[in-house]
Ligand binder design. Structure first.
Ligand SMILES: Cc1cc2nc3c(=O)[nH]c(=O)nc-3n(C[C@H](O)[C@H](O)[C@H](O)COP(=O)(O)OP(=O)(O)OC[C@H]3O[C@@H](n4cnc5c(N)ncnc54)[C@H](O)[C@@H]3O)c2cc1C
Length: 274
């Protein structure tokens, strides 16, 4: 290779690990929770339950973009990519992301990844998807994937939040999902939505950990008061505190953590500290 060619090659920048994508829609649930959907590039492949980096360019356009991990709330067959986001006061990304509108651009990472996927679980009969706050996002993906119902007879989605208004997607999980042309019929009678609220009066008050520990969770579902390692599989997503507590409970019931390399009885993803 000539000296000029070597120099030219050295100046060719590596492709960016993200691409700009157009915002299709935005939905605001409360002043601190919102969802948005963006175009899905044709070559963007992911498994239901995975996360990807989402971001915005630097404010002056010259510096590094601000990117954060986000669970994809759409199932793997969808032609758009939906996300469910918190707005953190003074958060480097979300204090700006909260203002996006249809037609704006956000940056989408090229490499979805994660452990909240069916492949990381052994075969089972019942699937428990336990989420707090925006940790509901991967369940919106997994519950819309037909493979979930091929692998499991019963699917339980829990969502624990502080205020009733934070129960985003409540109508979707209670009713609209059952009209979904792809999974609506198979989900009928097999998918149970189990919301709990910690800081306001609600039909099911309290933290999910307390309800599991007291047995109320199992009683409500008409199940025996324990997770069964032979048939129960669990995914956890949300606050570090909830994940630590539920994972310890699952271990005490004889369930073992799985991974993509070695499927197990439960998998987890810490989405935020708190
Ligand atoms: C694997 C993974 C998946 C994630 N998926 C999502 C998702 O689907 N939706 C989402 O909103 N966030 C998700 N997060 C968190 C996300 O990456 C950012 O932290 C969040 O968007 C805030 O970004 P920020 O720059 O505004 O503030 P940051 O500087 O990133 O966060 C500031 C502080 O806010 C708190 N915080 C951050 N995210 C949350 C949250 N989601 N709920 C409650 N408190 C939070 C934490 O205490 C954190 O220290 C995920 C994180 C990981 C690691």
């Amino acid at each position: 290779m000539s000296e000029v060619a070597v120099l030219e090659r050295a100046h060719v920048a590596a492709p960016a690990p993200w691409t700009p994508q157009r915002v299709r829609s935005v939905r605001r649930w409360t002043d601190h929770l919102f969802s948005f959907a963006i175009d899905r590039p044709e070559d963007f492949r992911f498994r239901s339950g995975e996360f990807v980096m989402i971001g915005l360019p630097s404010l002056d356009g010259a510096g590094k973009p601000t990117l954060r991990a986000y669970s994809i709330a759409s199932p793997s067959w969808s032609d758009e990519l939906e996300f469910f986001s918190i707005r953190v006061e003074d958060g480097p990304l979300t204090s700006r992301l909260v203002d996006i509108r249809p037609g704006d651009e956000v940056l989408l990472g090229n490499k979805p990844t994660g452990t909240l996927v069916l492949d990381a679980l052994k075969a089972g009969r019942r699937l428990f998807l336990i989420g707090t706050g925006t940790g509901l996002a991967p369940w919106l993906s997994v519950t819309r994937d037909p493979e979930t119902y091929e692998r499991f007879e019963q699917v339980v989605v829990t969502h624990t939040v502080r205020q009733v208004a934070d129960l985003a997607y409540r109508d979707f999980l209670q009713a609209e999902l059952f009209d979904d042309p792809l999974v609506g019929e198979v989900a009928q009678g097999r998918l149970t939505y189990y919301p709990t609220v910690t800081r306001e009066a609600f039909e099911r008050p309290g933290r999910i950990t307390d309800r599991i520990r007291s047995g109320a969770f199992f009683d409500d579902l008409g199940l025996e008061r324990r997770f069964d390692p032979a048939s129960d599989r669990v995914m956890l997503c949300g606050s570090t505190a909830m994940i630590r507590e539920v994972a310890a409970l699952l271990e005490s019931h004889g369930l073992s953590e799985g991974s993509n390399a070695e499927p197990g009885d439960y998998v987890l993803e810490r989405a935020f500290v708190g």
